[in-house]
Design a protein around this ligand. Structure first.
Ligand SMILES: Nc1ncnc2c1ncn2[C@@H]1O[C@H](COP(=O)(O)OP(=O)(O)O)[C@@H](O)[C@H]1O
Ligand SMILES: [Mg+2]
Length: 237
């Protein structure tokens, strides 16, 4: 487990750090112009703030795991989690010319869980989807993330792409530690997603043969809100 953890930390922390370095260098270039462009400088600093937060979230999560802290149990709107994850992903998606469409379920009930971990699931699935689409080399690059209330007790979220899909001989190995088909892949993204989803009482799976894109889905139990305490103060006086 420690080996898996270190591999994933190195991988995940590297991405925001690289983005911070790029934005820092770009900011300096804008600053060193004869007439510094304040708007561009502001943009690079804003990016740095977002990426620093992203790196800090990863470190906080790893710290939580290492100290065996129980995952946070907060009541969360899952579509809000998705929107926050999309902020992290903005840069990556723009650089790959990939469009993400978020289809929220406005009536979705809340789930109970750890915000940072659940964001990590979305980020991992979306980055895999973007990598698959880029590898396929199509012009139309689209990811759809949707939430639906599957039944009274279950929320289902899916991440669909129009990449090459999943080859039949890989289908039952996707979630194995270190299974990767990429030259510089770690094979840790999906195992981490599975351990997070299962720790939240959900299930995760993938669909899509090797022809028309992949669809990764996971479920989360809906948090049943406790009835508010009865207030009898103003009852028949
Ligand atoms: N959206 C997808 N479309 C096609 N294949 C995928 C998709 N997501 C994951 N995979 C396959 O699952 C493998 C494991 O993914 P993951 O655990 O995230 O590791 P990595 O991304 O480092 O390869 C990938 O190498 C790829 O073969
Ligand atoms: Mg991955």
């Amino acid at each position: 487990m420690l080996g898996e953890l270190t591999a994933s930390i190195a991988h995940e922390v590297n991405q925001p750090l690289a983005a911070i370095a790029t934005n820092g260098a770009a900011g300096l270039r804008w600053l060193n112009r004869p007439t510094p462009d304040i708007l561009e400088i502001r943009k690079t600093i804003e990016n740095i703030v977002v990426d620093t937060q992203r790196a800090a979230n990863i470190v906080a999560r790893v710290h939580g795991m290492a100290s065996r802290k129980a995952p946070e149990q907060a009541l969360l709107s899952f579509d809000e989690i998705i929107r926050e994850a999309l902020l992290f992903l903005q840069h990556e998606m723009e650089s790959r010319s990939v469009t993400i469409l978020h289809r929220p379920d406005p009536g979705a009930p809340l789930v109970l869980g750890d915000r940072t971990q659940l964001q990590q699931v979305i980020v991992n699935l979306a980055i895999n989807a973007a990598q698959a689409i880029t590898q396929a080399g199509y012009d139309d690059r689209k990811i759809v993330i949707s939430t639906v209330t599957q039944d009274a007790a279950t929320l289902c979220c899916s991440v669909e792409d129009n990449g090459p899909g999943i080859a039949a001989q890989h289908a039952n190995r996707l979630f194995d530690s270190f299974f990767t088909t990429k030259d510089s892949g770690m094979g840790m993204g999906l195992p981490i997603c599975r351990s997070i989803v299962e720790a939240h009482g959900g299930r995760i799976g993938a669909e899509g043969n090797g022809t028309s894109g992949a669809r990764f889905w996971f479920t989360l139990p809906i948090a049943i809100p406790v009835d508010p305490p009865r207030c009898d103060l103003h009852a028949d006086m």
